[in-house]
Write a protein that binds this ligand. Structure first.
Ligand code: NAD
Ligand code: GLY
Length: 361
């Protein structure tokens, strides 16, 4: 059954398709492109290639495919170079397109390659992780990491379409499923209290009857936010709200070398720190903080750092956050559960106190 949500961005608008027969839709998209002489190439990673090969063949047949190493390490200049060389080998032209078949790493990498190749070609997202289905495949933020920081290089480049087929999640390891739940909890907290309440009632799982509804709800909220502030230029609020917990999260990921934490796990600890910051700023109550930590814990996610990290490393990483404005730390905080706001000039000592409460030393 076909169910579509549109991200309305004028000439850059695109559909997000949800359903169980998406392989045929992907094939149809490829066929339509082939009829007009447009060529396509796929980028995936080694785990996805191994676990979801039958689905890949059903969607893409013998389409040329680049297989990157799995994991955050592939959001690198080196792998980007390999993908661009692959585009060159495949002689992709201005009217050709890339398909990202994988999680957020492959989506971000492929999107940035598509933004860069010949100064921009089309790309499509076929997310295979829960995190990518609820967050990264929508909105057009693409990019890679540098040693100096997470997502420091990138481009806004919207996909032409997103195909969300939840059956692809059947092979996803439980730890990765939980990581996706962190972004769903974030979505509920920042703008959808009903969704948060749903997560409080029972943890989401692969067998939840409402899994597709929950994913759709996250995409709908993200689409609304992106439509209002595509390039994250709003003075207050806007797209930056999608980064609730992420100033802390990115510092954790950077301080641990992008290895010890899955992105969603760092988001979970970051949400706990952001909740504490919101409470210290007098916005939410200690009971609210406890509710947030409980939801995170029942989704098998960490509420504290797995091992102590040095405050000096974390504060140095936070100072490089993209939300820093004229040297002032800028945080997304909760005004209420289900309503986030941006807060400028947050005292760095207060942020450090929150980091200490979740385990920094
Ligand atoms: P990921 O892409 O590394 O995927 C996680 C792991 O699961 C990988 O090892 C992958 O090979 C494997 N995998 C993927 N699908 C599978 C499947 N169906 N079965 C078995 N294994 C599978 O990680 P992720 O959590 O999807 O994405 C994290 C990345 O997304 C981070 O780099 C983060 O910065 C980025 N992100 C981007 C945005 C955005 O708006 N662009 C938003 C949120 C996160
Ligand atoms: N993940 C944050 C954004 O898309 O803006």
């Amino acid at each position: 059954m076909r169910d579509t949500l549109t991200v309305h961005l004028g000439p850059r608008s695109y559909p997000i398709s949800f359903g169980t027969e998406l392989a045929s839709q992907v094939r149809m998209t490829l066929d339509v492109m082939a009829q007009t002489g447009r060529r396509v190439a796929v980028v995936t990673d080694a785990n996805v290639a191994a676990n979801l090969d039958a689905a890949r063949q059903a969607m893409f047949g013998a389409t040329p495919t680049f297989v990157a190493p799995s994991g955050e390490g592939s959001k690198s200049l080196e792998t980007l170079g390999q993908v661009l060389n692959f585009c060159a080998e495949q002689k992709l032209g201005r009217s050709d397109a890339l398909f990202a078949y994988g999680g957020g790493v492959i989506g971000d990498l492929t999107g940035y390659a598509a933004a860069s190749w010949l100064r921009g070609v089309d790309f499509y997202q076929v997310p295979t992780t829960l995190l990518a289905m609820v967050d990264s495949s929508v909105g057009g933020k693409t990019g890679i990491n540098l040693a100096a920081g997470k997502n420091l290089v990138g481009a806004f480049h919207q996909p032409r379409g997103v195909f969300i087929a939840t059956e692809l999640l059947a092979t996803l390891p439980p730890r990765e499923f939980a990581a996706g739940c962190a972004e769903i909890i974030k979505t509920g907290l920042l703008g959808d209290l009903e969704l948060f309440a749903r997560l409080e009632r029972a943890p989401l799982s692969l067998s939840s009857a409402d899994l597709t509804d929950v994913i759709r709800r996250c995409c709908a909220l993200k689409a609304r936010v992106v439509e209002a502030d595509e390039f994250e230029t709003a003075q207050d609020g806007g797209r930056a709200l999608l980064n609730l917990g992420h100033t802390f999260c990115h510092a954790i990921e950077q301080a641990t070398g992008y290895g010890a934490y899955l992105h969603g796990e760092a988001v979970a600890v970051g949400l706990c720190a952001a909740a504490r910051l919101s409470q210290k700023l007098g916005l939410i109550s200690t009971d609210d903080v406890a509710r947030i930590e409980r939801v995170i814990a029942i989704h098998q996610l960490p509420t504290r750092l797995k091992a102590p990290l040095l405050m000096t490393d974390l504060t140095a990483a936070m100072a490089r956050d993209k939300k820093v404005r004229v040297g002032q730390l800028r945080f997304v905080v909760l005004q209420l559960l289900g309503q986030a706001v941006t807060r400028d000039s947050v005292d760095s000592a207060l942020a450090a106190a929150c980091f200490r409460e979740v385990g920094a030393v």
